[in-house]
Design a binder for this molecule. Sequence first.
Ligand code: MCA
Ligand code: AMP
Length: 506
Amino acid sequence: MTSLFPALIGSPAERPALRFGERSLTYAELAAAAGALAGRIQGAGRVAVWATPTLETAVGVVAALLAGVPAVPLNPKSGDSELGHIVNDSAPALVLTAPGTQLPHALGDLGRLEIDVREAGREAGPESAQHSLTAITALTALTADSPALVVYTSGTTGPPKGAVIPRRAIAATLDALADAWQWTGDDVLVHALPLFHVHGLILGILGPLRRGGSVRHLGRFGTEGVTRELNAGATMLFGVPTMYHRLAEALPGDPALAKALGRARLLVSGSAALPVHDHERIAAATGRRVIERYGMTETLMLCSSRWTPPDPRPSVRADGEPRAGTVGVPLPGVELRLVEEDGSAITAYDGESVGEIQVRGPNLFTEYLNRPDATAAAFTGDGWFRTGDMAVRDADGYVRIVGRKATDLIKSGGYKIGAGEIENALLEHPAVREAAVTGEPDDDLGERVVAWIVPADPESPPGAGELADHVAGRLAPHKRPRVVHFLDALPRNDMGKIMKRALKHD
Ligand code: MCA
Ligand code: AMP
């Protein structure tokens, strides 16, 4: 397998690679730091990475990829139950952290290795680093199917599953996006996404590094950071719809933001549907159309609009140009079909025949770790992956996502959240007798998590804040219910199954 990051070897010494706040690394420094760390972890079965938005996370993941050791990014805000599950399931040999990181008890006696980015750089120096890198890359017997990352993703029920992402999927998806977006080493990406999911880590960090370009991470999302970086040479912005919603809200009172967004070559949104209203508000204020792309942890990227250089003739629409409400067309190498309930493929490109999106291609994961049952259920007999997303196709091939098969999956702030996982956590609270979780529309988050609770003692129900803290502490803060309703009983059918559709959202 050829290197995932050709630019690590032979780039000009001063070429910038990564910047997080005030701290940055050139390609030579990254090669030195990641090369040295790769040498130390080579042969480990799997490593966890404490995925704070820092240089260390990026160096840790690149090192693992160089060493051919699968990396498991961990959400540093995960609660005990979620962390315990992920660590038990993925059984890493150790966890890579930034120096001085306080780790929670849920990690048990898992050994840790601190990443000292500067020390590695000083020790090795660019030349010897390149030697050690070449040696490591040559020594490691990697194939395209070798696992690169294990990324945990929620399902409708039960704890999150670890999607095993092979090296070929990372290379295929990033190269397909490079084709669609004309993404090159001259691009400078700005983003503020978390680094324990595909969007922020694979697209946002590994993407620029594969192209030989650079990335500036804001640490946390804010309009000032976006304005500052786009004014200082950044060419692309990646975000979830909640971030674009916040930009759209800020634009009327912030001409500097409008100017900065107008300068960007590419504004890209993904992880959930970008509301047409926000798309249009941003286009009107900045002259830039947001490019929507669609993907999944298990499949990496599937569809996108294409970037085309601005055409001075306003009436000319280039093929694949971004269009509000669509996710564009399948990326190169991705086979995509729409399928009816009975399994037959929809052949119409009529903008109205709705089917489930099923996909094949080199961009797909290989399996859910330790879950052959779930892996088998995710594919059809002839090898198509069932996304669970419902869509139509327009006459020109543009895909419009119109919904999801499972109502028990909630997308909030771009995070996928399984209702069952939250219900289980709520049921562990002593003051909760019964619990049901649904999603409801939210202008900012897309959807918000709503809990329907039958208290153990109707005279003294638990506080909504207490339940939110309980879920945040066990699972993760983004999974906490934002709204809590108390009921005497949950609506159930004759079989005793909770009828979620009967739960009214006011
Ligand atoms: C509030 N907070 C709490 C509680 N209440 N913490 C613990 N317990 C509580 N009860 C804290 C939060 O931890 C957070 O702290 C702060 O209050 C505000 O949190 P919140 O309101 O939840 O969110 P936000 O900060 O406003 O976040 C919005 C966001 C975020 C920045 C858009 O949702 C986000 O980063 N989304 C990205 C999701 C993503 O990357 N998805 C990719 C997966 P503090 O401020 O200290 O943090 S999908 C994917 O990868 C596929 C492949 C794809 O297609 O992309
Ligand atoms: P995750 O499992 O967290 O990787 O989330 C993947 C899911 O996010 C997909 O199955 C879709 O439901 C949703 N998604 C991602 N990108 C988009 C998009 N551009 N438009 C609509 N939904 C999206």
